[in-house]
Design a protein around this ligand. Structure first.
Ligand code: THU
Length: 133
């Protein structure tokens, strides 16, 4: 398998963040999810006047990928507009673990350079499909 180009993935996340619909928080987030076949799936945050209905960028990208039939992922880049690095929320971590428990992440923001993480470290003790059997 080829090595992941995290810079290119982050650039794609930065690009799709411009499509964010976030009139309430004014925070723009973009996610670029690389699947096992080498295809990148993009997502941005989409807010709602019913605030709790908001969908994060990471889940937008994941849902887009799964809707195309892809369920295996290698890496995820997240770019967000604030100064501080915006880490994926708990719900997104749980959704990502479902498909890629050891997903490689790169996270950057407007004011914080890229940092790499592994999803297994970000959500220890996650609920996994095998726990339901
Ligand atoms: N947001 C994401 O898109 N991903 C995260 O993991 C953290 C939060 C979005 C949701 C909301 O539109 C804005 O950032 C502020 O929370």
């Amino acid at each position: 398998m080829t090595t992941v180009d995290f810079d290119a993935l982050l650039e794609a996340a930065h690009g799709v963040a411009q499509a964010a619909y976030s009139p309430y928080s004014e925070v723009r987030v973009g996610a670029a999810l690389l699947d096992d076949a080498g295809v990148v799936h993009l997502g941005c945050n989409v807010e709602s006047a019913s605030y709790g209905a908001t969908i994060c960028a990471e889940r937008s990208a994941l849902v887009a990928a799964v809707s195309k039939g892809q369920r295996s992922f290698r890496a995820l880049a997240i770019w967000a507009s604030p100064q501080a690095r915006l880490m994926p929320c708990g719900i997104c971590r749980q959704m990502l673990v479902e498909f890629a428990p050891e997903l490689e992440l790169v996270v950057a923001s407007n004011g914080a350079g890229p940092e790499r993480y592994n999803l297994a470290d970000l959500l220890p003790g996650a609920v996994r499909p095998e726990h339901l059997r």
